[in-house]
Design a protein around this ligand. Structure first.
Ligand SMILES: [Fe+2]
Ligand SMILES: [Fe+2]
Length: 240
């Protein structure tokens, strides 16, 4: 990345030990071709770190918003537990294939964008309702690929992860409605401001490149999205 990241959009990075090579934008990653035999390994390493970002963001939500409703804090704490299991599961699959921690660069944009958002409603909207909902679409696609390739340990991992991620999106959808009803125009404004912030920051990270998977309609329905919201996501630009 040329120059330091914009501090208005990106907060301090999470700690990583010296094994990790931390990059800032998508183009600096090991973006291997579809037919490259190392593609799967790189994905497992990258995903392991993204799960760690998910854990760190949820943990920061507990620390930064101590006055949130207890029931919501419990849902966030359960998410921490789930994400910690996901990190360990991806590490297991990666190392079982001979992978070495730190063999590929990592990105911590999720943590940096999310912790620059100063409201819990905004963080739930961006992390759970946006990033993780997109993750549901990607995991569904990943399960089909892993099954085709006969990688049954990966199929098992992704199916277990998928069930958890649907729950993370569902509790956020539920709480976003409750917080918006309780907080009125101010809450709606905070939510919209956070989504605009994330969109701007993601442009910096992706450099305009977007990877989109077929929208997992029935899973999104299960996760609490309305028909209108599902159709709106489907109307986004096609995968590149
Ligand atoms: Fe996860
Ligand atoms: Fe999650």
């Amino acid at each position: 990345m040329s120059g330091p990241p914009d501090r208005r959009l990106f907060a301090e990075p999470p700690a990583r030990d010296p094994r990790f090579l931390v990059k800032e934008v998508w183009v600096e990653m090991d973006n291997l071709a579809e037919e490259d035999t190392g593609l799967n390994d790189e994905f497992l390493h990258r995903q392991m770190n993204e799960e760690l970002n998910g854990l760190e963001i949820a943990a920061r939500n507990l620390v930064d918003f101590p006055d949130a409703d207890w029931e919501l804090r419990m849902a966030i704490a359960r998410q921490c537990w789930d994400e910690a299991r996901h990190v360990a599961a991806f590490r297991r699959c990666y190392e079982a294939r001979g992978g070495r921690i730190g063999a590929h660069p990592i990105l911590n944009f999720q943590y940096r964008i999310l912790t620059a958002i100063d409201t819990l409603i905004g963080r739930l909207a961006v992390q759970n309702r946006s990033f993780e909902a997109a993750g549901i679409d990607g995991i569904q696609e990943g399960i089909a690929t892993a099954r085709r390739q006969g990688e049954m340990d990966l199929v098992e991992l992704l199916e277990a992860q998928l069930a958890d991620e649907v729950q993370h999106v569902r509790y956020a959808n539920d709480w976003l409605k409750r917080l918006t009803e309780a907080g009125g125009a101010r809450a709606a404004f905070d939510l919209a401001r956070a989504v605009a912030h994330a969109n701007e920051a993601m442009q910096v990270v992706s450099g305009g490149a977007t990877v989109r998977y077929p929208v997992a309609e029935s899973l999104r329905r299960e996760a609490g999205f309305s028909e209108g919201e599902i159709q709106a996501v489907k109307g986004f630009p096609p995968r590149v």
